[in-house]
Design a protein around this ligand. Sequence first.
Ligand SMILES: [Zn+2]
Length: 404
Amino acid sequence: MGASNTKFRFKDLYQFKGYKFCDSFVENNNILVVLKRTSKTGICPCCNKRCRYIHSRTKRKIRDLDVVDSKVYISFTSYQLDCNCGYNGYEELDFCEDYSRFTKRFEEKTVILCMKMCIKDVAKEMRIGWEATKRIDKKNAAKYVIDLEQVNPKRIGIDEIAHEKGHKYLTVVRDVDLGKVIWVGKNRRKETLDEFFKKLGIRKSWNIDVAVCDMWDPYIASIKANTNAAIVFDKFHIAKAITEAVDKVRKQEFAKADKEERINMKHKRFLILSRQKNLVSEKQEELRQLFDQNKNLFVAYLLKEQALDIFDEQRESVGLKRFKKWFKNVHDAGIEQFNEVAKRIDKYFYGIANYFIYRLTNAQSEGFNNKINIIKRRAYGFRDLEYFKLKILQSCGLKHPQNP
Ligand SMILES: [Zn+2]
């Protein structure tokens, strides 16, 4: 409470620019607030001047925030102007958008709830329809679309995210230094990313120093065509490919094993895929026993541990030397699954070598992916792709209302 107590008056809730509270009624259990204009002229949204030429007067009744359990409607007259500046249309109102059936503060509350709940629950809470709720949220989410003119990215991260059960993809571009999503595009083709660079503009695209992404040829082609950036492949993506190779060996060895060996191999997947340095000695002993029995699995495990360990290397030259040695070890081991992954790493080695220079990963995207999955779950899959894109930009983007 401030130093002086001010009297609370119901009508103060309904003072808007250009209008004043006139009267209120109960109408079918709802509250109807009638506003009165304070001026016979209207403000032109185009030139911001007062305009005397009124094309038409429209009586409008829009929904406002509830008072206790009652729905509140506001009734007022709004002007359509014929301004000298050439504008004709609705005058500017600070409490309601053109053609909206709701006040701005009603819409704002709806939007805030839509960040926390699914549309269905928000519709129930606000006592409006599902379609109206979505329309309000989509219209407002569109305000968070980042104007690429405002950014000047030096380091970007490119990710794909699956929607609709993995068959369709979106491409998500982050400004690594801002830590924000700056663009979302449909599909994961070269053309998808080309569109981002086109929107960003040639000059800014050529100013990007480094781009981190997965070993995905369409992205690589687009980065090479549109920028001069060094490409870094995400080390977690590479680690995943290597870990998958060990898992394939494990499955193959399990299929070949006899009954007794299988008992020993069961429930060891987690141990085999974990980094050795993260295991307690008791678990390491369990692994040793398993490896005594299965040499192939042991070799595969060592190859995985060696490769993942290289990424902890601080010196570029040593990192590269160790990878060279690793390629030789893979060759000598002659394990098919590792030959495959080594071939892939070799093909993309320039981007792995760049990791030792730029030390960039897609780890940051992890947090965004969690947010995106929450949005996805809330909307039961988001069949309206445009809306989904907007929601991603709203929650991970530059103009997020919680960090403006
Ligand atoms: Zn005007």
